[in-house]
Design a protein around this ligand. Structure first.
Ligand SMILES: C[S@@+](CC[C@H](N)C(=O)[O-])C[C@H]1O[C@@H](n2cnc3c(N)ncnc32)[C@H](O)[C@@H]1O
Length: 281
C-alpha cells in the first residue's frame, strides 16, 4: 500500500465516520480491506483504492467504512455501569417519571447488541416495578454488518461466557448447537436502527439515558466534543450519559458534569440535574 492510498482511504473513513486511522494502523487497513476488495471483485487493495478514486460507489464506500469499525463488545461490560443502572437510575426513573410512566434509553454505538440486551435483561428482571410503563430501548450503530448481527441476537459460546451470568443465560437464551439465541421476549424490547454519530440525533428523539460507551476513544477531540454536544441536545435536564471506562467529558465538553460517587455516568452541566451521589454512598 502506498502512502497516497493510505492517506486517501483514511481521509475517507474519517469524513464518513470520524474514525481516526493513524499511520501505525496501516496494517489494520490492509488486513481489513482485502476481504472488502475480494467481495467487490477487485484483485487486491491497489485495485480497490483505484476504484475509490474513480467511481465513488456508495456501496463500496460504506463497506470500507464498515470494515474499519472495531466492534468489540460483551454482556454487562465492566459490570458497575449496569449495577448502577439497576440500583440508581431505575429507582430515579420510577420516582421522577411516575406521572408519564415512560422513559427512553439510547445505546448510541451498540455494536453486536450485548449492551442493549444487557439493559433489556435488567429491565425484564425488574418489570414488576414498571408494570404499565412504556420503556423504549433504541440501539444504533454506523455498521450495517454489526447491526445485522445485533438484530439476529445469536452469540457463540465464547461470547455468552464473557460477562453474562449463567442464570441469565439459562433464562433468556435458547441454545442452538454451538450458538445461543437471545429469547424473543428480550429481543423484542430493543429497536435497532443505523445511525452515524456524526449526524444530528434529533430523529432519535429525547432520551433519558444515553449509553455512548467505548466509541469516543476512536475520535479526535473536536469530533468527540461535537458528538457530546449533539447528545446533550436530546437529553432532558435530569438525563444520564454513560461513557466507557477510558472516556471522560473532562476537557472535552462543558455540556456535561461528573456525578460524584458514580463511575462513568455524567449529568448535564447547565441545568444541574440530579446528583445520585448520596444514593451511591
Ligand atoms: C468498541 S464498540 C463498543 C460497543 C459497546 N458500546 C460497548 O461498549 O461494548 C464501538 C462501536 O462504535 C461503532 N461506531 C464507530 N463509529 C461510529 C459512528 N460514527 N457512529 C456510530 N457508531 C459508530 C462501531 O461500529 C462499533 O460497533
Amino acid at each position: 500500500m502506498n502512502v497516497g492510498d493510505f492517506e486517501m482511504i483514511s481521509q475517507l473513513v474519517k469524513e464518513r465516520s470520524g474514525l481516526l486511522l493513524t499511520e501505525d494502523k496501516a496494517y489494520l487497513l490492509a488486513s481489513r480491506l482485502n476481504p472488502v476488495a475480494r467481495r467487490h471483485n477487485f484483485k487486491g487493495f491497489d485495485e480497490l483504492a483505484k476504484a475509490v478514486r474513480v467511481h465513488k460507489d456508495e456501496n463500496l464506500l460504506a463497506d470500507i467504512t464498515d470494515a474499519m469499525t472495531t466492534n468489540e463488545s460483551f454482556f454487562f461490560r465492566d459490570a458497575e455501569p449496569f449495577d448502577q443502572f439497576r440500583d440508581l437510575i431505575l429507582p430515579h426513573m420510577l420516582e421522577t417519571r411516575a406521572s408519564q410512566r415512560s422513559f427512553r434509553v439510547w445505546c448510541a454505538a451498540c455494536s453486536s447488541g450485548q449492551e442493549p440486551y444487557s439493559l433489556a435483561m435488567i429491565l425484564k428482571e425488574n418489570e414488576a416495578q414498571f408494570a404499565g410503563w412504556n420503556i423504549e430501548l433504541v440501539a444504533t450503530d454506523i455498521s450495517r454488518n454489526i447491526l445485522a448481527k445485533a438484530v439476529e441476537g445469536t452469540y457463540s459460546q465464547f461470547e455468552v461466557q464473557r460477562g453474562l451470568p449463567i442464570d441469565l443465560l439459562v433464562k433468556y437464551f435458547n441454545q442452538d448447537g454451538e450458538h445461543w439465541q437471545i429469547d424473543e421476549s428480550i429481543r423484542s424490547m430493543v429497536t435497532f436502527r443505523p445511525f452515524n454519530l456524526l449526524d444530528d440525533p434529533a430523529d432519535i428523539g429525547q432520551c433519558d439515558v444515553v449509553f455512548c460507551r467505548n466509541v469516543l476513544i476512536y475520535f479526535d477531540l473536536p469530533t468527540k466534543s461535537a458528538i457530546l454536544d449533539r447528545i446533550a441536545r436530546v437529553m432532558p435536564p435530569d438525563g444520564f450519559l454513560y461513557l466507557g471506562g477510558a472516556e471522560t467529558v473532562l476537557g472535552v465538553s462543558d455540556r456535561f458534569r461528573i456525578m460524584h460517587g458514580l463511575h462513568g455516568v455524567y449529568g448535564l452541566a447547565e441545568l444541574g440535574g440530579p446528583d445520585l451521589a448520596q444514593a451511591a454512598g
